[in-house]
Design a protein around this ligand. Structure first.
Ligand SMILES: *Cc1c(COP(=O)(O)O)cnc(C)c1O
Length: 347
């Protein structure tokens, strides 16, 4: 049996029908380029409506660019950005945040479950005040984080309060922001600016688009000249309507939340199926669309032999991600194969 679906990454999935339909609809006639078009206006307005705020919106191609450019806009080259040591900006962006900021240094902190806390932020932000250390200027948190763990609204509030006290701006990497909203059952506004987030990178790709992330500034002043930054970085789409239209399709239909809730539900389904499969153990709580497992190498090798792809370098465990289109049939097949490998292992 060759699996027809894989759970190695939520990026293995294709485009959801709502995003696809919007792209097709946008593919009519000639419209103005570089974002001076009705789709871009509508996409931005949809986001302003969703966030219940007159925010500044920029559409870019991917998450690395979104994070890097957003952080660069908050910093001078001599500044520091406090992040978790397991964060995507630190481990998976090939130095792009430092590159696009002309050298702002990521100040990574190792904390429990990859979550920053007010205490850990304060500790590093106040560790040095001399001229030899990059001056802390921003904090970035990932919601849900790279280990599939969410920050509660109260935790985000506590972090933003600490940031304000310390004179730091708060950036949120929301590559899976929709999954967090679904999991926390809260509005995008409550999860972001009302909790003190200054700029959010809202992921569209993992939510069911072909590509595209929205950078959302909740403070107009911080967005000054950001359009130039996007253009210089090669992130200003000339046919912008195709980056913007999927947002219209997914926000107006509600697919953004439906997709995320589905991914989360499949992660929970899988976690429930493997709960009694000692020596396989779940490593982190399931609060979004991922499940991390510890298992003897023989079991993981057996699963690879059965055709399953998955990574073991993230979070130090085998990671399974459930996309917007995860099929419960294939989720269960994966769980069944786990069970078969466990039986073989026990002998
Ligand atoms: C996927 C992801 C991104 C974006 O990655 P790109 O490959 O650059 O689109 C950013 N942050 C997190 C936490 C991610 O999981």
């Amino acid at each position: 049996m060759i699996p027809e679906q894989q759970f190695a990454s939520d990026n293995y999935a294709g485009m959801c029908p709502e995003a696809m339909a919007a792209i097709v609809e946008a593919n009519t006639g000639h419209v103005q380029s570089y974002g001076d078009d009705a789709w871009t206006q509508r996409g931005s307005d949809s986001l302003r409506k969703l966030f219940e705020r007159d925010c500044d919106v920029f559409f870019v191609f991917n998450g690395t660019a979104a994070n890097s450019l957003a952080l660069a806009s908050l910093c001078y080259s001599y500044n520091g950005v406090i992040c978790a040591s397991s964060s995507h900006v630190e481990t998976d962006e090939c130095g792009a945040p430092e590159f696009f900021s002309n050298g702002s240094k990521l100040l990574s902190v190792t904390t429990e479950n990859g979550k920053l806390t007010p205490q850990s932020i304060r500790a590093i932000a106040t560790s040095r005040s001399d001229i030899h250390f990059p001056k802390p200027r921003a904090v970035t948190i990932t919601q849900p984080n790279e280990l599939g763990i969410t920050y509660s609204i109260e935790e985000v509030r506590a972090i933003s309060a600490e940031c304000r006290t310390l004179g730091l701006k708060l950036h949120m990497d929301g590559a899976r922001f929709a999954n967090a909203c679904a999991s926390l059952d809260c509005s995008p506004a409550d999860a972001s600016w009302r909790a003190g987030v200054d700029v959010l990178c809202f992921g569209g790709t993992k939510n069911g688009m072909a590509m595209g992330e929205a950078i959302i500034f909740f403070d107009h002043a911080l967005a000054a000249d950001f359009d130039y930054r996007c253009k210089q970085a090669g992130q200003l789409a000339s046919k912008m309507r195709f980056l913007a239209a999927p947002w219209v399709g997914m926000l107006e239909s509600g697919a953004w939340l439906k997709n995320a809730a589905h991914g989360n539900a499949c992660a929970n389904r899988f976690a429930a199926r493997i709960a009694e499969l000692a020596p396989v153990t779940r490593v982190f709580p399931v609060q979004a669309n991922s499940v991390f497992l510890h298992a003897p190498a023989a079991i993981l090798e057996g699963l690879h032999r059965r055709g399953w792809h998955f990574y073991t370098f993230i979070g130090g465990a085998a990671r399974f991600m459930f996309a917007w289109d995860a099929d419960p049939v294939w989720v269960d097949r994966l769980a069944e194969d786990f069970a078969a490998e466990v039986r073989a292992f026990r002998g």
